[in-house]
Ligand binder design. Structure first.
Ligand SMILES: [Ca+2]
Length: 151
């Protein structure tokens, strides 16, 4: 039916939006549970905690609640993280983690990226953000993000 892909600008914060986000969270919870149960990542430290964090991130960036991160979602993510990219760069970022070639990043693909050993631009940027957050900043504006300062 038309209109299932909602415009987040109009509905975010509304009741319909809350329902979409609730459903979305449920779906991601199911995938998290499956990941824990199938044991692929049993060697990952604090797996439950990490899955919870990644779920939150995915929901935050999946603006329309479609269950996939598309170019628009990745644009928003990169801008929010202070790493604006052009369309080609965004497509490249997605292609690195888009295992089934759909042109979008599903939650399973997102988890594979975050939990796997393979490096990718999105992973580096997200990990960098996480590191930045951990640092305590009692006052003043946050320091300008700079990818060249990564280890
Ligand atoms: Ca995909």
């Amino acid at each position: 039916m038309p209109g299932t892909k909602l415009d987040h600008k109009n509905v975010q914060g509304g009741k319909a939006w809350g329902q979409i986000k609730g459903k979305q969270e449920q779906a991601l919870d199911d995938i998290n549970l499956e990941v824990v149960q199938n044991g692929d990542y049993k060697d990952v430290e604090d797996l439950d905690e990490k899955l919870e964090t990644y779920k939150g991130k995915f929901i935050e960036y999946d603006l329309d609640g479609s269950g996939d991160l598309d170019v628009t979602d990745v644009s928003y993510m990169m801008e929010k993280l202070g790493q604006p990219k052009n369309v080609l760069e965004k497509k490249k970022i997605i292609a690195e983690i888009d295992l089934d070639g759909s042109g979008t990043v599903s939650y399973r693909e997102f988890l594979k990226m975050m939990l796997g050993n393979k490096s990718s631009i999105m992973k580096i940027i997200l990990m960098f953000e996480e590191k930045n957050k951990e640092k305590e900043r009692p006052s003043g504006p946050p320091p300008k993000r700079d990818l060249s300062s990564l280890p």
